[in-house]
Design a protein around this ligand. Structure first.
Ligand code: ATP
Ligand code: MG
Length: 440
């Protein structure tokens, strides 16, 4: 994310430069939509022009031909990269972002190849005129996401647009227009034609953006969810003990958990919130009450399978699985030995886990005592206190005459625990403890 002021000045400069050469150039797409609706977190500024890629390259000092054959160039201005795209219509689309062929055209036809009416507007930053061939302004007035033209045709050109419709509707609190929504329902099965990488990226945007809870609900209502994330759809109707979960079934709980995420959550936090109870259906038993024993474990295993299927980055998979696996441990923080607590708090995902725990509680019983406890401990301990450098190491044991072997690790770990417990204060005391152990 670049500073919006710097971005705006630089984008105006690009438009000015193109206009001075006799070309037509406007802001296009998401930024214009966000501007017209006065949305707080504006999308990046993209620029559309009738200048061909060749001319763009000649005019600007720093350009990168990212999708030159489709008429998309990156122009770097004031250190900010901008997509400057030649007006085009797409021909023989395979997956929307990569048409087989493009025809360079005028502004109106460029507007008409875009996905939703609200995304089809241009903005002239000099006259401050909104150029609206798609009636996007009217749909913004009425808070509607509507496909441009025939929704069936538009989705068949690129089925990812179905997920984009959900994302925009959720983010802005808009309704999806009836025909557009019906077309999504009728075509939901085709989401499987889209590469998992694109699905993962789109889902990540939904989960980390505004109103992720509304996205999950819309994915369910549109029947898209059961197509690409049946494990999440299966949370619907899984009853829970009302004394712990007055809110309802596991799906409702998951939706509510997403609603309590902080603004701009990391992808780790957002995915962990979606997946934290994904293991519940597979371990549900009814004894004295409904129980979900070890659902954190089955959840971690399922999360790994889901995220691998979606080809998520490995670092995200590892972190999310660890978060899901640990999410029930917050129950025990008050009873943990100091050394156990410090080890728990020193894990790299603890900050995100803490926020997940808070959202999880607020989405059920509402008691956030353990959240407050962990938060207080985290601010109380300095980093070097939670994860201090060990007072002694293997070399010290050798110098004390011990031979490297299985016992080595055990001794070092016991002494480190004493250090975390603050029962020994320095190296000398640590060595004394080792000597005591040897004598025994
Ligand atoms: P945001 O960046 O906030 O997610 P955006 O609308 O800017 O939303 P981008 O993916 O940045 O989305 O695309 C910029 C513009 O390009 C869109 O506003 C839309 O006009 C067009 N566009 C993007 N993806 C598609 C697509 N799959 N089909 C048709 N048009 C698209
Ligand atoms: Mg954008």
């Amino acid at each position: 994310m670049h500073d919006p002021e710097i971005q705006l000045t630089a984008a105006v400069h690009i438009v000015k430069t193109l206009t001075a050469r006799g070309f037509e150039a406007y802001f296009a797409g998401g930024w214009v939509r966000d501007f017209v609706m006065n949305f707080s977190q504006k999308s990046d500024i993209d620029i559309a022009t009738n200048a061909a890629p060749d001319s763009i390259r000649k005019i600007f000092g720093q350009t990168i031909g990212v999708g030159e054959q489709f008429g998309v160039m990156i122009v770097v201005e004031a250190g900010v990269p901008f997509e400057v795209a030649t007006f085009r219509s797409d021909v023989g689309i395979k997956d929307g972002r990569h048409p087989e062929q493009v025809v360079f055209t005028d502004a109106k036809n460029d507007a008409l190849r875009r996905d939703f009416t609200v995304n089809g507007m241009f903005f002239n930053p000099f006259t401050e005129e909104v150029i609206d061939y798609t009636d996007g302004q009217a749909d913004i007035q009425n808070k509607i996401i509507r496909a441009i033209g025939d929704p069936y045709e538009r989705f068949s050109e690129d089925y990812l647009r179905m997920l984009r419709a959900v994302r925009f509707a959720a983010r802005f609190g808009y309704a999806i227009e009836e025909n557009t929504f019906q077309a999504i329902k009728n075509n939901a099965g085709f989401i499987k034609d889209i590469s998992v990488e694109r699905i993962f990226a789109e889902m990540s945007k939904m989960l980390t953006g505004k109103n992720p809870d509304a996205s999950l609900e819309l994915l369910h209502e549109s029947t898209l969810l059961q197509q690409f994330l049946p494990e999440a759809e299966n949370l619907c109707g899984i009853e829970q003990p009302p004394q712990f979960h007055p809110e309802g079934d596991v799906f409702i709980h998951t939706v509510k958990t997403l609603s309590f995420l902080p603004e701009n959550p990391s992808p780790l936090l957002a995915w962990a919130a979606l997946l934290h109870d994904i293991g519940k259906p597979s371990v549900m038993t009814v004894s004295d009450r409904i129980r979900f024993n070890n659902h954190h474990r089955s959840g971690a295993i399922m999360s790994e399978a889901i995220l691998k299927r979606l080809k998520a980055p490995n670092a995200l998979i590892d972190a999310v699985c660890s978060m899901v696996d640990n999410h029930m441990n917050f129950m025990n923080v008050g009873k943990m030995r100091l050394s156990t607590l410090k080890k728990f708090l020193s894990r790299p995902t603890i900050r995100d886990e803490l926020e997940l725990h808070r959202a999880d509680c607020l989405a059920s019983h509402g008691d956030i005592q353990n959240y407050d406890f962990v938060k207080a401990r985290l601010s109380e301990f300095k980093v070097e206190e939670i994860k201090p450098k060990a007072f002694i190491n293997g070399k010290d044991l050798i110098e004390l005459g011990l031979k490297p072997g299985p016992l080595f690790g055990k001794i070092l770990s016991d002494i480190y625990d004493l250090q975390l417990e603050e029962k020994i204060a320095d190296r000398e005391e640590a060595l004394l403890e080792v000597k005591k152990l040897i004598v025994k």
